[in-house]
Design a protein around this ligand. Structure first.
Ligand SMILES: [Ca+2]
Ligand SMILES: [Ca+2]
Ligand SMILES: [Ca+2]
Ligand SMILES: [Ca+2]
Length: 625
């Protein structure tokens, strides 16, 4: 259990566990002291990025990916109703299980993780060259022991399930193919885009090797492009610890540029790579002064060059910036548009033990009513932001969340144990864009869980854009969780959380769900999800079921209502008398019902009075004794 926690912490939080330790916000470099008795941490690397640029061309060669054959038998293609009934919401939607994913872990990370797909980190859809729907998932099969010093490659698995949607909801949904391929890398950032502008999307993977290996190993890695049609991959860019990775057509030539932002610290650093979308040639520059890694997202202007980059603007995650980005001679230039102060400066310090067992003082704030030795709010970072048009006025607004760690221990304990004694607390913040000035339009408390991406989709199809965090849990402990962080838009930059009842009217809940993703295909709204079949015990297989349901939308209901209206209109005038008679009958029935109701009330009233009288009589009799 500890090991898994370590890995999870590693994957999502290790970066921040060093942040703030060095004056420039970079992580310290570990070395052994002169007498060999203790570790020394040096903050010497943060500013060593070369100001000169270098360019790296794309090799263009394509490598066939290692591929598994079919992993799903026809028996498992079935209706979602076969999943656990306890948590089945009796959704009226059409839903099918299209695959079962079960890939053994190479290295055990905890007793409940039996299958790498339990901790999958991506769920998206694409349309292939035949015009068919493909559901795509990604998981990593960790190849290194926790804290191992190694140069072994990583291993990520991409599952692509091609289905015929006409049969969704039936027991015999047609799965055309379902390969799982292996790519020798590790990543937290991926972009699905049409790299070569041939009308079909590819998966662009920002390689980095923070997959559990020691900090003393290189975490740098090139980037990969996975071609679904040929099941092969190519590489581009130079090895970089790609912490942030965004795509958008900055020069308005139709091809998306990639901004590959390295973690800015010490030996893993390497500045910012800007890769031209057409040539895939990358030019490297040092971090622009106001650009601090993490939380970065990009929106590009429609039919115009440039766009808006949202990012941390100084060390310590205390303020966030919107910058206009221009792309000149292969480099980016940033011009500040607006700034938001997200937190006041931390004014307290406590000793923390990280997943590697290192003890370090960390900054944060006191929790009112407690000594900092008992409760501590540790400064942390949310890592993700998303730009989308939430108020329908054509410009891109921003959503991100503020995340800190609430830590709790006994005053007698010397250090806080980060992995076990802290939990993330968060606040989702929505910013409305008014001509490049950004104002907070709404905030909601959230449980950040395992959020690795933010998505928008009009889930209830009311014309207002909705928003959700992908995904809820690193792994499923219990079965009562489903999309905690889902927000329905009001169309003006404010959002509300739908009730479970409202959610269940739109989409179902099948088994113990791990992650959900909403999308549109051929004009219909769908939800894809990963789930476990069993709600209790998890004694058997931990196979992950992949489902797709057509979601019940307002549009669908409106269409049904319109159909009924049409039928009514088509009724001929000669039916009018019959209708009048029916109406009359209804009125008479209503009157009769009213009369009956009055009778009931009278009867009830009478019986109550009788009871009281009886009770009084009894009482009198008792008193008289
Ligand atoms: Ca393409
Ligand atoms: Ca371009
Ligand atoms: Ca807008
Ligand atoms: Ca909506």
């Amino acid at each position: 259990m500890k090991k898994l926690l370590l890995l999870l912490i590693l994957s999502f939080f290790s970066v921040q566990s060093f942040a703030g330790s060095c004056p420039d916000g970079s992580e310290p470099v570990k070395s052994i002291s002169a007498d060999g008795s203790y570790f020394v941490y040096n903050c010497d690397g943060g500013n060593e990025q070369s100001s000169s640029s270098s360019s790296i061309s794309n090799s263009g060669s394509s490598i066939k990916a290692v591929k598994y054959e079919s992993f799903v038998d026809t028996e498992t293609s079935s209706s979602c109703k076969d999943l656990d009934k306890n948590f089945y919401r009796k959704s009226p939607n059409k839903c099918s299980i299209i695959a079962v994913l079960d890939t053994k872990l190479k290295i055990e990370v905890g007793h409940w993780v039996k299958n790498v797909w339990q901790t999958s980190g991506l769920l998206i859809h694409r349309v292939n060259k035949n015009g068919n729907l493909e559901i795509v998932g990604k998981a990593e099969n960790i190849q290194v022991e926790t804290n191992e010093k190694t140069d072994r490659p990583g291993q990520m698995e991409i599952a692509t399930i091609e289905v015929i949607t006409e049969e969704l909801g039936s027991n015999s949904v047609q799965v055309i193919k379902n390969p799982i391929v292996e790519i020798p890398t590790s990543t937290l950032r991926m972009v699905l885009t049409d790299v070569n502008q041939d009308g079909l999307t590819e998966l662009v993977i920002a390689g980095m090797l923070e997959d559990g290996r020691s900090q003393d190993s290189s975490w740098r890695e090139v980037n990969f492009i996975y071609d679904f049609e040929t099941e092969s991959y190519s590489k581009f860019g130079k090895p970089l610890y790609s912490h942030d990775f965004v795509a958008g057509d900055l020069d308005d030539d139709g091809y998306d540029e990639f901004i590959d932002i390295s973690w800015g610290g010490s030996h893993q650093g390497g500045g910012v790579g800007v890769c031209n979308g057409k040539t895939l040639e990358c030019i490297y520059q040092s971090n622009p002064p106001s650009l601090h890694t993490s939380k970065t997202s990009l929106s590009v202007y429609p039919n115009k060059k440039g766009g808006i980059l949202f990012h941390n603007c100084s060390k310590g995650y205390l303020d966030w910036c919107w910058s206009e980005v221009t792309y000149i001679n292969g480099r980016i230039q940033l011009k500040l548009l607006d700034k938001y102060i997200s937190s006041k400066k931390p004014d307290k310090e406590e000793l923390f033990k990280s997943w590697q067992g290192w003890e370090q003082k960390k900054k944060g704030w006191a929790v009112p009513g407690y000594k900092t030795s008992e409760r501590f709010k540790l400064i942390s970072e949310s890592y993700r932001s998303h730009q989308f048009d939430m108020d329908g006025d054509g410009d891109f607004d921003t959503a991100t969340w503020k995340e800190n760690q609430l830590c709790k221990k006994l005053a007698s304990e010397k250090v806080y144990h980060r992995p076990s004694q802290c939990k993330p607390v968060g606040e989702m913040i929505f910013f409305r864009n008014d001509n490049g000035k950004f104002t907070v339009s709404d905030t909601h408390e959230i449980d950040p869980g395992a959020t690795t991406a933010l998505y928008n989709f009009d889930i209830n199809q009311d014309g207002y854009m909705d928003f959700y965090a992908f995904r809820d849990e690193h792994h499923t402990f219990e079965c009562n969780n489903q999309i905690n962080n889902i927000f329905f838009g009001n169309g003006d930059g404010t959002f509300r959380r739908p009730s479970v009842k409202e959610q269940s009217g739109i989409f179902g809940n099948y088994g113990c769900e791990i992650q959900s993703y909403f999308f549109e295909f051929e004009g219909e709204a769908y939800r894809a999800f990963f789930t476990h079949k069993y709600s209790k015990g998890f004694s058997g297989s931990r196979a992950v079921y992949v489902g797709v349901e057509k979601i019940g939308t307002k549009a669908e209901k409106a269409a049904k209502a319109a159909e009924t209206d049409t039928v009514d209109t088509e009724q001929s005038a000669e039916d009018e008398i019959a209708a009048f008679e029916a109406e009359l009958a209804v009125e008479l029935a209503e009157e009769a019902a009213k009369a009956a109701e009055t009778d009931t009330v009278d009867t009830e009233q009478q019986s109550v009075e009788d009871e009281i009288a009886a009770f009084e009589a009894e009482l009198a009799a008792e008193l008289g004794q």
